[in-house]
Design a protein. Structure first.
Length: 351
């Protein structure tokens, strides 16, 4: 086999390989320069962005280089046209990959700036919830658009799609009915992102279950119950039902400890002790500490110790500690103040 025949056979693969190597080299050089510039900046977000888009950008540059193959090997247009045709088909997926990488970077950036451990984390929870939901919505939209553009690049698939659309009216109706719950939850997820009845890390009570919102997706919400169980609630059902949100406007809450004592109890002394226990508790947020007489009947007098805390879990622990301390104080210092039933015996009349 002569040299010219070998070159004729290998020309297209050699040109394609050369284009790929040139694109990879250019990508490496571009990333190297940008990384050097990013290291000199004060923020680390530009380095995180570069790490997110590096891989999709590499293959996009390779694909853009291969699109020029048909011009470089004009004598072998059929082989070059096959290469460029394949590249044009996968090109929408590569651009979609790049857009999804940017979406994930933005989501990670917002999540990193949303400190849920802060004392008043209302703004962080609102920002984190919207970022989670909108990032998932944007990802789904990008995937659908990329797949749609890919199918439009294939004439055979496009013709089959047109034929199916023209002849599948009943099947489409059946599919729409079957997918109604999914579509309902998707619409409810978008509504949840903007109306914000619940947010990430919200303390809520749903159907008698107390817990924190751990995860919000397009179709369901995961509620972490206080005993480490997980309650998975469809988004549409969550929006339709009544839910008690303890941290809707702020994470600060008021809590109570109810005491039922005898009418002869030393209320002033118990008030001083209870308020002191609240004020010296490490979980008290220094807003509210008081004791009030809220009710009385023939058997007991009802006292309410009112206290405030930074969030629901800390407030619960503080209530338990104050209740135990006050009960021990009353039982030790004035046991006569505890609830008791009185029975009075009268002398019987004699004839």
């Amino acid at each position: 086999m002569e040299y010219s025949e070998i070159w004729t056979i290998a020309r297209t693969p050699v040109v394609v390989a050369a284009l790929v190597l040139a694109a990879l080299l250019l990508h490496w050089l571009l990333v190297f320069v940008i990384a050097r510039i990013a290291r000199r900046t004060r923020t680390g977000q530009d380095e995180a962005l570069l790490a997110s888009v590096r891989r999709p950008l590499r293959w996009i540059m390779v694909a853009l280089a291969l699109l020029s193959a048909d011009r470089l090997v004009a004598d072998f247009r059929d082989e070059a046209a096959f290469v460029t045709g394949v590249v044009r088909i996968v090109m929408p997926l590569l651009w979609g990959w790049l857009v999804i990488a940017i979406i994930r970077f933005i989501h990670g950036y917002i999540s990193a700036r949303s400190d849920l451990s802060a004392t008043d984390n209302l703004t962080a929870r609102r920002r984190r919830t919207r970022a989670d939901i909108l990032a998932r919505i944007a990802t789904v939209v990008v995937i659908l658009i990329s797949l749609g553009l890919l199918l439009l690049k294939i004439p055979e698939v496009r013709e089959i799609g047109v034929a199916l659309v023209a002849s599948a009216g009943i099947a489409g109706l059946a599919f729409g009915i079957a997918a109604q719950p999914l579509l309902k939850n998707l619409v409810a997820g978008i509504q949840l992102a903007f109306t914000e009845p619940v947010r990430i890390d919200d303390v809520v009570v749903y159907q008698g279950e107390w817990g924190r919102v751990e995860e919000i997706t397009l179709t369901y919400v995961v509620l972490k119950i206080w005993d480490d169980r997980r309650l998975v609630i469809p988004v549409s059902k969550l929006l339709d039902d009544t839910i008690e949100n303890w941290t809707r406007e702020t994470s600060h809450l008021l809590g109570t400890v109810m005491l039922y004592l005898d009418h002869a109890a030393d209320i002033d002394g118990i008030r001083s002790f209870a308020v002191e226990q609240v004020r010296k508790h490490p979980l008290w947020d220094k807003r509210v500490a008081m004791l009030q007489v809220t009710d009385m009947n023939r058997d007991v007098v009802e006292l309410r110790v009112l206290m405030s805390g930074r969030n629901g879990s800390e407030l619960f622990d503080m209530r338990c500690d104050v209740r135990e301390a006050v009960l021990r104080h009353v039982a030790t210092t004035s046991p006569g103040s505890l609830n008791r039933n009185r029975v009075q015996f009268e002398a019987a009349e004699t004839a």
